[in-house]
Design a protein around this ligand. Structure first.
Ligand code: BES
Ligand code: MN
Ligand code: ZN
Length: 496
């Protein structure tokens, strides 16, 4: 999809569809006002008669566009003018593109950020317009025998008032495009069924990225090498599965050679049945998203490689299935992690922390300046934060604040949660150093506490994305979160 910058006067721009903002107070602003003037007050009249709503996300398609060069106008409600920001712009544009879905429109111009006031930063608005538009046209139809024949929007002009310097807008569009490409990759991986998106498929995807971007170096370890490293925790999760595990290491070094890398560890459970502690059948199909942490690492690496960001990053992805079988780990088994610490497996469904603890120990061999793990770790985090915020658990105030700020800028929200050592009480074991699961209470923090035992003083943050990585119900599918947050974070460490 293309995103040309348009700086001409609104009324004389040729387009299949001009996307125009209307606000709840009924006052016409920016391009809506210019076009209304050229069309002798038609829009004003429609608004006055109540045919057009300014409610955020309401859309009205108009074909009689006399006096202007647009074939259609799509009036989009943008809510209250004083509250209008990039987040509302993004949801208004999402609604607009949904409103055009069945109209056959292949090209349009968005005027949502054109002269509507100083509340908006034009470059930020451009970046988020790209991300919102790309997310709206995304479809996952590679496994449908007939794909949807309706044409997709292929070109969206980003309008800015005359005299605007378009260079920063074009840069922002590049960033938005890279994030959208990385997000599409993460979305595809999350949406692919577990019989296609296996650990080997994740490894192949990493290799494909490395072929596309020469700065990315990929190493894939199989079971014998994983065993040689002493990763007993990762091995005990994969041992019930016939599908072989992979440890994927993906390096991008384009910052100062002296600078320690940022490590990203992404949980890559390509299907989580719970193992012998089997999950109940309802919604078990959703456990194909249990590799979303891994998908977000690959998506973020792809975006920074596309942008050529001046950073050093190493991604470590432990990938396996969690299956029950005669060879599967039993509750009560005790395993030895790569760190040397022993773990009593109380619940085989608390597998994410097991594969991650070995990935964290491995990532520490790169002497990272900070370590971020990303995981669909706990149902408890879904209960606590719903589908709105990613949970951030960290031993470092600055790292945590930087991640949350990146999430705010990226419209990919994150909220800090506690990792107090008392959350570790329930992990006490009489037989091993500690257990892999305690009670249900404070489950998200208990999971984080488990991981904290492997970071050994490195500035660390754990992102629990169990609630945000996928959408349930009719819109079911991967969201690609937190790719935007991670990319924004990495691009900002570049400038520091
Ligand atoms: N993958 C699940 C967490 C999850 C639950 C993700 C719901 C998305 C939606 C994880 O492996 C798991 O099963 N966690 C257990 C931990 C418990 C046994 C300590 C949980 O949350 O119930
Ligand atoms: Mn589980
Ligand atoms: Zn899991």
């Amino acid at each position: 999809m293309e995103f040309p910058v348009k700086t001409g006067a609104a009324a004389s721009q040729r387009t299949e569809c001009a996307i125009l903002p209307v606000f709840e107070d009924g006052q016409l602003r920016g391009a809506t006002r210019e076009i209304d003037t050229a069309a002798r007050g038609v829009i004003k009249q429609l608004v006055r008669k109540g045919d057009v709503s300014g409610r955020l996300g309401a859309t009205t398609l108009i074909h009689r566009t006399q006096g202007t060069a647009a074939t259609r106008w799509l009036l989009v409600g943008c809510g209250k003018h004083i509250e209008f920001d990039t987040r509302r712009l993004s949801s208004a544009l999402t609604a607009a593109i949904a409103g055009l879905r069945n109209s056959g429109t292949k090209e349009a111009i968005s005027y949502l950020a054109y002269g509507v006031g100083d509340g908006l930063n034009a470059a930020e608005a451009a970046r988020h317009s790209v991300e919102a538009a790309r997310a709206s046209v995304y479809r996952f139809d590679e496994l449908k025998s007939r794909s949807d024949p309706s044409p997709r929007l292929a070109r969206l002009g980003i309008a800015a008032t005359r005299g605007t310097n378009s260079a920063p807008l074009r840069d922002a569009i590049k960033v938005g495009t890279a994030i959208a490409n990385g997000s599409d990759l993460a979305r595809d991986l999350g949406n692919r069924p577990p019989n296609v998106c296996t650990p080997s498929h994740l490894a192949e995807t990493a290799r494909t990225l490395a072929r596309r971007y020469p700065k990315l170096k990929v190493k894939v370890l199989g079971e014998p090498e994983i065993r040689k490293l002493g990763m007993g925790a990762l091995l005990c999760v994969t041992q019930g599965a016939d599908e072989p595990p992979r440890l994927i290491v993906i390096e991008y070094r384009n910052g100062s050679p002296k600078e320690a890398p940022i490590a990203l560890c992404g949980k890559g459970v390509t299907f989580d049945t719970g193992g012998i502690s089997l999950k109940p059948p309802p919604k078990m199909d959703e456990m194909k998203y249990d590799m979303s942490g891994a998908g977000s690492v690959l998506g973020a690496m792809s975006a920074i490689a596309e942008l050529g960001a001046a950073v050093n990053v190493v991604g470590v992805i432990p990938a396996c299935e969690n299956m029950p079988s005669g060879r599967a780990t039993r509750p009560g088994d005790i395993i030895k992690s790569m760190s040397g610490q022993t773990v009593e497996i109380i619940n085989t469904d608390a597998e994410g922390r097991l594969i991650l603890c070995d990935a964290i120990t491995y990532a520490r061999t790169f002497k990272p300046r900070c370590l971020i793990d990303i995981a669909t770790l706990t149902g408890a985090c879904v209960i606590a934060l719903g589908h709105v915020y990613t949970g951030v658990f960290s031993n470092d105030d600055k790292l945590s604040a930087d991640l949350i700020a990146a999430g705010d800028r990226a419209l990919d929200l994150a909220w800090r949660m506690p990792v107090h050592e008392e959350y570790g009480e329930s992990l006490r074991s009489n037989f091993a150093d500690f257990a892999n699961s305690g009670g249900r209470d404070g489950g998200a923090s208990v999971g984080a506490n488990f991981l904290s035992r492997f970071v050994d003083g490195v500035p660390w943050a754990h992102l629990d994305i169990a609630g945000v990585a996928w959408r349930a119900n009719s819109q079911k599918g991967s969201t690609a979160r937190p790719v935007p947050l991670l990319v924004d974070f990495l691009l900002n460490t570049e400038r520091q």
